[in-house]
Write a protein that binds this ligand. Structure first.
Ligand code: 6PG
Ligand code: NI
Length: 186
């Protein structure tokens, strides 16, 4: 007879995984050197302040295999700039990714290799197709944790260096108003 196994599960309200083998990585303010434009404001925040956590299900590795991961991005500002992930191109540039908004509200910043940037609204249930050759960063513009589920190829890898000079758009908050600004030499 065929046996039915219980797969891992994700709680759609909180983005918490259970039942699988979960690997967790915390990124703290001190890890995000060069990410926020206001250096003084960044230095004033204790380096051990968590900014985001990524939980990933253990996956088989190799061409054709997929990771499933959840990013939990805390709400907050560094100066006038919202908390965000470092952002990256995939090391294998052609590899795409899919993000799903789970909780909270924010933006997905996408930027192609020509340096053209655009923003998609992230909210519970939103579906984001990140094409190949496209850098991506989450930005929490809300007051609660922004959680987004991601599925991407295990061979994709991360290239953080190509964007060390920054993305072409910055998202700031002024008295509750969200503003996106083009960055010169971004
Ligand atoms: C990936 C995903 C995603 C991402 C996190 C943290 O390719 O692994 O896009 O899991 O890594 O949201 O963002 P950073 O990797 O840019 O810190
Ligand atoms: Ni990615």
């Amino acid at each position: 007879s065929t046996s039915i196994s219980m797969p891992p599960d994700v709680a759609f309200l909180t983005g918490q995984f259970s039942g699988g083998n979960v690997i967790k990585k915390v990124t703290r303010c001190g890890d995000l050197s060069g990410v926020f434009h206001d250096l003084t404001a960044w230095q004033a925040i204790p380096a051990d302040t968590p900014v985001y956590e990524v939980e990933m299900l253990d996956s088989p590795q190799g061409e054709g295999e997929l990771y499933v991961g959840m990013t939990h991005l805390h709400p907050g500002l560094v100066g006038d700039e919202f908390y965000m992930t470092r952002g990256h191109f995939h090391q294998r540039r052609e590899q795409g990714e899919v993000y799903f908004g789970i909780r909270g509200s924010g933006l997905l910043l996408l930027q192609n290799e020509q340096g053209e940037a655009r923003l998609e609204q992230v909210s519970p249930g939103s579906v984001h197709i990140i094409p190949g050759n496209t850098a991506h960063r989450l930005i929490n513009t809300g007051t609660e944790i922004l959680s987004a589920l991601a599925v991407w190829p295990t061979v994709a890898g991360h290239d953080y260096r190509s964007l060390a000079g920054g993305f072409a758009l910055r998202v700031t908050g002024h008295e509750g108003k969200i503003q996106a600004k083009d960055v010169q030499n971004g």
